[in-house]
Structures are given as C-alpha cells and as structure tokens.
Design a protein around this ligand. Sequence first.
Ligand code: ATP
Ligand code: MG
Length: 248
Amino acid sequence: MGRILCIANQKGGVGKTTTSINLAANLSRAGKRTLLIDLDPQCNATSGLGQKPTPRHSLVQRTPLHEAVVPTTYENLSLLPGSRSFQDVDALAKSDDSQAEAIRVHLTNELAGYDYVLIDSPPSLGQLTQTALAASTEVLIPIQCEYFAMEGLTQMINVIRAVMKRHPGRLEFGGILLTMYDPQLELTREVDSEVRDFFGEVVFDTVIPRDVAVAEAPSHGQAVIDYAPRARGTRAYMELCLEVMEHE
Ligand code: ATP
Ligand code: MG
C-alpha cells in the first residue's frame, strides 16, 4: 500500500489546495500513480485541475472509487472530485466515529493501486478533516509566512495527536511546509526561524516562494509546472516533490 498524505491546516488560504495540486502533478510526472481526493466543499482542487464537482460526494454515497475517480490531463494522476452538496457536507461533517471509520475503511480498501494519495482538506478541524487524518499515513501542514502563522497550530497538533491515539501506528507527521515565502521580508525570515526553532527536522528544507504564476495556474486548470515551466514556483514544487519522495 502506498502513502496517503493529508494536506491540512485549519487556517484558510495558507496554500493547502495549491500544494495538493502541484505536489500531485509533480508526483505523477515522476511516474508515481497518484490520486488527489478533494474533500473540501469549496472544490478548489477539482476546479483547479479543470474538472467539475460532482452533485453528490462519492465518499458519502460509498461509490466504488474506481467508478468515481476521473482522469486528469496528467497521465498518472486521477482525481476524486469534490462536491458542493450541503447535504453531503453535512453528512460527512457530522459523521461520528463509527461512520468516519467506515469511510476510512472504504477509502483505504480501494487505494491499493496508487503509490500516492493526496487529500486536500477544508480549513477546519471538524470531522471532515479528522476523517481525512484518520485515513492518512502522513499529515503535511502548509504554513503561510505571516504574522499569525503559528497561531492555532497547537490546536491543530492536538487534533492530530488525538487521531494518532485512536489509530496507533498509522498517522505520522509528514512535515511542515513554508508557503508564500518572501525572503525580502523581515516577517518571512522571522516566521522561518521561529517555525524551525520550534519544529526542527519536521520542517521541509524546500520553501514555496510567493509567485504570481502559482496563483494564476489554477485559473487555467493547470499545475504551475505546465502553466509556467520556468517559474520559481515550479522549481520549488519540483524540489518539494523530491523531498517527499526521499522518504519512500
Ligand atoms: P482554503 O483554506 O480556503 O482551502 P488553501 O489553504 O487551500 O485555502 P490556497 O487556495 O491554496 O489555500 O491558496 C490561497 C490563495 O493564495 C490562492 O489565491 C492561491 O492562488 C494563492 N497562493 C497559494 N500559494 C501561492 C504562492 N506560492 N504564490 C502566490 N500565491 C499563492
Ligand atoms: Mg483549499
């Protein structure tokens, strides 16, 4: 069985979806059979890959994965599209432990064919994110280099620890990723050293620079590697991909 990476941070707009799409695209380019699961009702990962949300989320319906996944423009990358259905969001968000477990089993049973599964989760610590964490082998936390970056992180780590306790030996800290990095800014450098002092080894060496090409790419339904192959953001996500693969 492959690696299942949950991309999570309850803070909004820190680069979860951007990282999900671009890491997934790079992994698939490296020949890894990759699945991106869009678990956020905003469905940004789905539209960012030029795909359409589904009327009902296949995880709620327990549709067999092989029927629910759609191909993308990347040869080795499939997508499990998100859904904006209130009903489904409610059902997923309210699911108790046993239902979350059923979803987890449903998911993991069918993931055998993939080397990497990435789950883009919503900006919350609710049941949806917890279900995603419970189904994952690693959690990757993007952090935006801004003043409140570290705030809420303790809460987030407590939730991760609680999931680890409920499912011992499964979930690991995959790493913390600094995003929207601007080395010219004093604040960026401060956040960088604060995060590295506090979390040490767990922080990825790679940082993702603030780069307008990264922000523009999803409006063309593309990962930045195709939208702007020479952009700094492209290079950064390639490096991140290599760093992630080092831990295979
Ligand atoms: P949400 O919590 O709402 O799901 P998110 O954590 O998924 O948000 P993104 O949607 O990936 O965050 O990014 C937030 C915004 O920042 C988007 O407009 C995105 O295009 C932009 N952005 C992300 N990364 C970068 C970057 N490296 N350079 C420039 N803009 C970026
Ligand atoms: Mg998002």
